[in-house]
Write a protein that binds this ligand. Structure first.
Ligand code: KG4
Ligand code: ZN
Length: 350
């Protein structure tokens, strides 16, 4: 079964063709670099760039897979959550193609897409259940209890900023650019992780929720005290000690994010000793330091840790949407959904 999927929920225009939920026949993505100058995604710019990109991206995905539209069994598209202007580009394109070629269309939840990214290019038997999934990106930071490929429920999540959003905001304060994750990670490599003691929030011992606004505000207060001009966008002070300061802030910030997660892992694994595996998905799962810290922790509990097979399946991509559509169909008994028009739902919950 071949599924052609669209993902345009934020600042990537992506199309992929997936066979039987795991095999990636093609996965094409164009990232919108124009936002970098603004330190975040600008909705109007995103809409214009998606509108320009979707047809060439679609054509490339079909040509790399050596397929034509009539050989596609299902279409799939992210319909939420995300930026309305961005989602609309994908849902409009997919609905149009569904009507034009008479191919049924499967609406996919963006976060379920991230969950299913661990299936890509893997043997399904390699995936152990029940599993804990942490999906961490610029828009969401949530824990899911995953019983099997098609049954899951939410355990908790961030009450304020997503962890990726905190990385992006801290990077902006330090004048590093956007997206912040990889830039902070690079600077943290040579920094002192113990230099600054940023707070780990206390939301109650049993709570499975998280918060990243405290650590972000603590970084802001520190920058305000040491280099206030940076908060006004003036980064002319490039003295060597400023570079050391940035490296140390990045390292201590990354370390604090790790501690915030590990505190919750302890509560979750004590409450659910039956958990066999841990899957770390979403853009932040590309972070080397967090991966190392989580792996060390999981070993103590005898739990295996897996991230998507390739980094390009961690950040937003259409292959994961194709995989999720396949598993969604299995859940619905393989019945073809009759949808030919999908509405964009920016605040969709799971
Ligand atoms: O999943 P994704 O591509 O898009 C959303 O759904 O948001 O995730 C993007 C987020 C950004 O906030 C980016 O800073 C973060 O993932 N990110 C990272 C790393 N690579 C990307 N965060 C920490 N470390 C990284 N290496
Ligand atoms: Zn995402």
């Amino acid at each position: 079964m071949k599924i052609l999927a669209f993902e345009t929920s934020c600042d990537d225009t992506a199309v992929a063709i997936i066979e039987n939920g795991v095999r990636v026949l093609s996965s094409v993505r164009v990232s919108q670099l124009e936002h970098n100058a603004w330190g975040g995604v600008v909705p109007e710019i995103a809409a214009r760039l998606h509108a320009e990109a979707w047809r060439p991206v679609l054509e490339q995905a079909l040509s790399e897979a050596e397929l034509e539209m009539r050989e596609i069994d299902y279409l799939a598209v992210t319909y939420g959550p995300g930026l309305q202007t961005s989602l609309l580009s994908g849902t409009t394109a997919a609905s149009f193609l569904s009507l034009l070629y008479d191919i049924p269309l499967i609406p996919v939840h963006h976060v379920y897409g991230h969950l299913c990214s661990v299936f890509l290019e893997r043997d399904i038997n390699e995936i152990g259940f029940p599993a804990l999934v942490l999906t961490a990106s610029g828009g969401h930071t949530e824990f899911y209890f995953w019983e099997n490929a098609t049954t899951w429920y939410k355990l908790g999540g961030s009450l304020d900023d997503a962890v990726g959003e905190a990385f992006d905001k801290v990077a902006k304060m330090l004048g590093l650019g956007y997206p912040g994750g990889p830039l902070i990670s690079k600077r943290a490599e040579t920094g002192d992780r113990k230099k600054y003691n940023f707070p780990v929030p206390n939301l109650g011992k049993q709570s499975l929720d998280l918060s990243f606004s405290g650590v972000k505000s603590a970084v802001r207060r520190l920058v305000e005290a040491e280099y206030p001009a940076w908060l006004e966008g003036d980064f002319s002070n490039q003295a060597p000690e400023a570079a050391v300061f940035i490296n140390d802030v990045c390292a201590s910030f990354e370390e604090t994010c790790g501690r915030i997660f590990i505190k919750k892992f302890k509560t979750i694994f004590e409450a659910h000793p039956e958990l066999k595996a841990f899957y770390f998905v979403g853009g932040v799962s590309a972070n080397t330091y967090l991966n190392k810290a989580f792996t060390k922790f999981m070993h103590q509990y005898g739990v295996e840790i897996k991230t998507p097979k390739k980094i390009e399946y961690s950040t937003d991509n259409a292959a994961m949407i194709g995989a999720a559509a396949y598993w969604q169909l299995q859940k619905e008994g393989g019945e073809a959904p009759t949808v030919q028009y999908v509405e964009a739902l920016p605040r969709l919950s799971l």
